[in-house]
Design a protein around this ligand. Structure first.
Ligand code: ZN
Length: 659
C-alpha cells in the first residue's frame, strides 16, 4: 500500500468510527495525539532537560520515585507521613508526564519506563474489573488514567478502552465522594471514544448525586437526567468566594465544563466559567497562578503557590479552551506556564520548589512564612528550597506534566472538522490529516520573547480548511500577513483570528503580536506594581549564595544538589518612575540554540530607575515581610535590570507603590 492508500483507508476508518459512535460533542475543539506535534526551540530544550534531569532519574527524588511505582505494593517508609494512596497519586503524575515527554522528544527509555507500569496494570485486573494497585484510590487512578489515555491516543490499543470501561462499569458505583468526582474526566473521555451511554449516565449521576457509592447501583438504567439538583453546581454558579484546597479547586473547576462538552447543557459550562473567574478574581497572583499554601489564600503581596496548582490550572484551562474556543483560556495557560511554571523550577530540571512566589528574596530551609504544621503530621519545612524531592511528593511528580501538557494543547482540531487551531505558541512542527490529505505546519518563533510567529504549510497539493490563531488579549494591534501581503481586516472572535482558504504547498502566514510594556497593579489593595510585556512578567533577579546539601548514598546525587538560596544582592527596591515610558526595553538577538530561560542569556531585559526601601528587610527568621507601611526611601536613584520572572531563582516582582 502506498501512503495515499493508507491515508484514504485511515480517512474511511475515521468516518466509519464517527458513524458508529454518534455521540454528540458540544465542545468547540479537541486534542490530537501528542505524537503529531514535534517541539523545537526552548520547548524541545526544556523537555530534553526534563529527560536528562528529574524525569529520567527518578531515584534522585527518593521515595516514592525510587519504588517500582504502579507495579508494586508500595509501603510507606516508617516515620514518613502520608496516606496509603499518596505514592500512587504522586507516581501517577510522574508516569503520565514521563510517557508524554518521551513521546514528544522520541526518548524511548522514558516511554518504556512508563509502559512497564501501564502494561503491568493492564495485565493485572481484579475479578470485578478494577485496574491498578489496591491501595490506589479513585483519585490516584484519575491521575494515572491520563497516562493510559495518552497511550491510547497514540497506540489505539483497544484493550485500554475495554479495560478502562470495565473498570468504571463492571462494579456499579458512583464516583461522587471527594476527589473521586474527578473520575468524570476519564469517564467522559471513554464515552467520547466508545459512545457507551452508560458512561455518560455514570458521569452525570456521579456529579449530581451526593449519595454514598453504595446507593448508586441503578445509575446505568436511569435516564440521563442532568436537571437533578446539585449543590456543587449552585455553589459554582453563585457569587460565593472559592476557598479550600488549591489542587482540589483547580481540578474541580473543569468538571462541569466536561459535562457540557457531552450534554450541551450551558448551565454546566457557565458554572465552570464562573468558578474559574472567581478564583482569578479573588486569588490570582501576578505570575499567573492562584495563591495556594495548600489552600487558596487571597492576593496578598507576600503569598506563594504550590507547584501542583500551576500544572492543574493549566490542565483545566486547557479544557475550557476546548469547550469554548475562547482564546482567554489560552492566555491563562501561557501566563501560568511561562511565569509561575518556569519560576518554580531549576532551569536544568534538576530540582524544584514546592512553594514558589513572585517575591522570593530567599529560598532556604528556615525561610518562608509557609513552614506550617501539616494536617497529616509533621511540619512543611523548606518547601521554598530547590530540592529534588519534598516532604510531600506530589509536586515532584506533577512537574513532569508541565511542559508535556503544554505541548499537548498547542495544536487543536476544530470539533466540526473544519480545520486547526494554533492555540498556544512555541516552535514546533505539527502533522495532521485533513480529509485524506497529509498536512504539515511548521511554527517558527522565539515567542514569548519575540513578537513574530511564522507558520509554513506543507501540503501534497491543495487543501481547503480553516486555520485559526489565538490573539492574546494583551495584544491590542495584531498584524497578519499571508504570503508576505498584509491582511487588512482581521476578524477576531473570542480572541481567535481565522483564515479560511484553500491552502497550497509553501503558503506562509506571519503573525505579529506587538508586545507593549505595561505597569500593572497587584495585591489586596493594588499596593504592588509589576512590569509586564506580552505574556511575560518581569522580575529583578536577586543574586544568590547557595548552600547545597546532597543526600548521602546514590552517587548520582552529586549532580542533583538540593539548594538553599540566600540573597547576595539588594532586593528591597521600589520603582522610581512616573509611568511606563520611564523604562527602557533592551532586546538581545537570540541564537536559536541558546536556552533563553536564563538570567544571563535573557533575550529581553528591562531597565528601570529604582530606589532602595531602607526599612524593608528580612528579619532574623528570614521571613519575607509584606511592604512596610511607610516606605523609607534612599535618596539615590539607581537603575535595576529586570528579566523574565521564569528565568530567575531568587527574585522580586512586586514593588511597593511610593504614594
Ligand atoms: Zn504538589
Amino acid at each position: 500500500m502506498n501512503r495515499y492508500t493508507i491515508s484514504f483507508l485511515l480517512f474511511v476508518m475515521c468516518v466509519v468510527s464517527n458513524f458508529l459512535h454518534a455521540q454528540n460533542y458540544y465542545g468547540k475543539s479537541k486534542e490530537l495525539p501528542l505524537n503529531q506535534t514535534k517541539p523545537f526551540g526552548w520547548l524541545q530544550q526544556v523537555l530534553v532537560k526534563q529527560a536528562e534531569g528529574l524525569g529520567g532519574n527518578p531515584t534522585v527524588s527518593g521515595y516514592p520515585f525510587n519504588t517500582r511505582m504502579w507495579t508494586e505494593d508500595i509501603q510507606i517508609p516508617v516515620g514518613h507521613a502520608g496516606r496509603a494512596y499518596w505514592p500512587y497519586e504522586q507516581t501517577a503524575y510522574f508516569l503520565d508526564g514521563t510517557y508524554r515527554c518521551g513521546q514528544l522528544i522520541k526518548n524511548q527509555a522514558l516511554v518504556e519506563f512508563a509502559n512497564q507500569n501501564f502494561n503491568h496494570t493492564l495485565s493485572h485486573i481484579t475479578e470485578n474489573g478494577i485496574l491498578g494497585q489496591n491501595k490506589a484510590d479513585d483519585w490516584a487512578r484519575v491521575v494515572y488514567f491520563r497516562g493510559l489515555m495518552a497511550k491510547y491516543e497514540i497506540t489505539k490499543n483497544q484493550s485500554i478502552l475495554k479495560k478502562m470501561s470495565s473498570h468504571f462499569l463492571k462494579t456499579p458505583r458512583l464516583f461522587n465522594n471527594g476527589r473521586a468526582l474527578f473520575s468524570i474526566e476519564p469517564i467522559l473521555w471513554l464515552y467520547d471514544k466508545t459512545g457507551n451511554e452508560k458512561l455518560l449516565n455514570l458521569a452525570i449521576h456521579s456529579f449530581h448525586k451526593s449519595k454514598s457509592a453504595s446507593e448508586g447501583g441503578e445509575y446505568d438504567k436511569a435516564k440521563k437526567n442532568d436537571n437533578l439538583p446539585s449543590k456543587l453546581l449552585d455553589n459554582m454558579l453563585s457569587e460565593k468566594i472559592p476557598h479550600g484546597h488549591g489542587v482540589s479547586n483547580m481540578e474541580q473547576v473543569k468538571i462541569p465544563a466536561l459535562l457540557y462538552m457531552y450534554t450541551g447543557k450551558e448551565r454546566y459550562l457557565n458554572a465552570s466559567i464562573n468558578q474559574f473567574n472567581k478564583i482569578v478574581k479573588h486569588h490570582m497572583l501576578v505570575d499567573g497562578c492562584p495563591s495556594s499554601i495548600e489552600h487558596l489564600e487571597g492576593k496578598a503581596v507576600d503569598l506563594a503557590h504550590e507547584t501542583c496548582d500551576i500544572i492543574d490550572l493549566s490542565w483545566s484551562a486547557g479544557y475550557l479552551l476546548m469547550a469554548t474556543n475562547n482564546g482567554h483560556w489560552g492566555d491563562l495557560v501561557e501566563r501560568c506556564i511561562f511565569n509561575a511554571g518556569f519560576g518554580s523550577m531549576d532551569k536544568d530540571f534538576k530540582s524544584h520548589q514546592y512553594y514558589s512566589a513572585p517575591n522570593q528574596p530567599v529560598a532556604a530551609e528556615e525561610t518562608s512564612q509557609f513552614n506550617v504544621k501539616l494536617n497529616w503530621g509533621g511540619m512543611a519545612l523548606g518547601r521554598m528550597c530547590y530540592r529534588t524531592g519534598h516532604d510531600t511528593e506530589c509536586c515532584t511528580g506533577n512537574i513532569q506534566r508541565m511542559f508535556p501538557s503544554y505541548a499537548s494543547r498547542m495544536w487543536l482540531k476544530k470539533a466540526d472538522n473544519s480545520g486547526i487551531i494554533a492555540a498556544l505558541y512555541g516552535s514546533s512542527e505539527f502533522n495532521f490529516n485533513h480529509k485524506g490529505k497529509e498536512i504539515k505546519i511548521q511554527q517558527k518563533t522565539q515567542y514569548p520573547f519575540n513578537e513574530r510567529i511564522e507558520f509554513r504549510f506543507e501540503i501534497e497539493k491543495v487543501s481547503k480548511f480553516s486555520f485559526t490563531m489565538r490573539i492574546p488579549k494583551w495584544c491590542s494591534k495584531p498584524e497578519l500577513y499571508l504570503n508576505g501581503k498584509k491582511i487588512r481586516k482581521i476578524n477576531i472572535e473570542k480572541g481567535m483570528a481565522t483564515i479560511d482558504r484553500t491552502f497550497k504547498n509553501n503558503d506562509l502566514i506571519e503573525l505579529q503580536l506587538p508586545m507593549e510594556t505595561k505597569l500593572t497593579a497587584w495585591g489586596e489593595k493594588n499596593e504592588g506594581f509589576a512590569i509586564e510585556r506580552g505574556p511575560l512578567v518581569y522580575s529583578l533577579p536577586v543574586n544568590h549564595k547557595i548552600i547545597t546539601f546532597p543526600y548521602i548514598g546514590d552517587p548520582k546525587l552529586k549532580d542533583f544538589p538540593n539548594k538553599l538560596m540566600y540573597p547576595a544582592s539588594n532586593w528591597n527596591y521600589t520603582l522610581d518612575i512616573k509611568d511606563i515610558t520611564d523604562v527602557n526595553v533592551i532586546e538581545n538577538k537570540l541564537d536559536s540554540n541558546t536556552y533563553p530561560w536564563s538570567v544571563t542569556n535573557s533575550p529581553v531585559k528591562i531597565q528601570v530607575p529604582a530606589k532602595k526601601v531602607l526599612n524593608w528587610r528580612l528579619d532574623g527568621t528570614k521571613h519575607l515581610k509584606k511592604f512596610p507601611d511607610k516606605l523609607k526611601l534612599s535618596p539615590n536613584r539607581e537603575y535595576i535590570e529586570l528579566v523574565p520572572l521564569g528565568s530567575t531563582y531568587l527574585r522580586m516582582t512586586l514593588f511597593p507603590k511610593t504614594n
